[in-house]
Write a protein that binds this ligand. Structure first.
Ligand SMILES: [Zn+2]
Length: 282
């Protein structure tokens, strides 16, 4: 039903305008999910007696994502991404939409790498619009998608380029933390891209978050190393006890035949191969 309202614009009672394009929307659907749009609409009604919310600083596609999410359209982020992106990000996106050869500028098909980068940048902007208009569900959805793309398709060059967009694009601290955490987890890999990494660390606020997540990672690695050292120590003690027991036991105490045994997988007991009697090692 909601999807039908969005697609047809029937019973619309206000407009959303972005980059010269208008979308017919419904207070009853949008306002409960975005306190910001609700407030803007009330202000607009008071001041101009119109019912239009102007969205600046975002692409039409980002607005489409926002509305698709609010109206419960399945796969709300599923909009074409090759031509998107906010005007603020345009200078950084042109480079992969166009390449120059000699005098003429020709459009080239995006490579798989361009696609991945476009997709990530788009998700950051979809997160940004969700954060700006306080649509928490879309903030979480986009953050989860970014996390899964970063983790499942790790590519340091793309990460470094997209991470540059994060501080200027979104105010969602969950995404800032996510990029700092991923940078801390892949710091050895990122260090091979010295310029990219130093550029990233120079970004406002990023260095502090990076240090915080690096410290957490070091603590986690120490914990793992300690656990492994303890396990190795326990194993070594058990093996030594087994060897001692084997050396000390000449005959089975039960059947008294020459001791032919096997070690149980717990490494704590020798068992007589003839009568199965247990000979604890400790
Ligand atoms: Zn025996």
């Amino acid at each position: 039903m909601s999807q039908w309202l969005l697609e047809t614009g029937e019973y619309s009672d206000f407009m959303i305008e972005c980059q010269g394009q208008t979308f017919k929307a419904h207070r009853a659907v949008v306002c409960p999910q975005s306190s910001i749009i609700d407030a803007l609409l009330k202000k607009d009604l008071e001041e101009t007696q119109t019912s239009t919310v102007h969205i600046d600083g975002f692409s039409v596609e980002a607005v489409q994502c926002l509305l698709r999410f609010i109206y419960g359209v399945p796969r709300p982020l599923n909009v074409p991404v090759n031509t998107i992106l906010d005007p603020m990000a345009a200078s950084s996106t042109k480079e992969f939409q166009f390449k120059t050869t000699g005098q003429s500028q020709i459009q080239v098909a995006p490579t798989a790498e361009d696609d991945k980068k476009n997709r990530l940048v788009f998700l950051v902007w979809a997160n940004a619009i969700a954060d700006s208009y306080k649509v928490q569900g879309l903030c979480k959805l986009t953050c989860d998608k970014i996390k899964s793309l970063l983790e499942n398709e790790w590519a340091p060059e793309i990460f470094l380029k997209v991470a540059q967009v994060v501080p200027i694009a979104t105010g969602d601290m969950a995404v800032h933390h996510l990029f700092a955490q991923v940078a801390a987890e892949h710091v050895e890999d990122l260090a091979k891209h010295e310029n990219g990494l130093s550029g990233l660390l120079a970004l406002d606020g990023f260095f502090t978050l990076f240090l915080k997540h690096s410290a957490a990672r070091v603590a986690e690695l120490k914990k793992t190393a300690n656990n492994q050292a303890n396990q190795a120590q326990t194993l070594s003690t058990k093996v030594m006890a087994c060897i001692k027991k084997l050396n000390d036991t000449k005959k089975c105490r039960h059947c008294a035949v020459k001791f032919d045994c096997y070690i149980e997988t717990s490494l704590s007991t020798l068992r007589c191969a003839a009568c199965q009697t247990r000979h604890p090692c400790t």
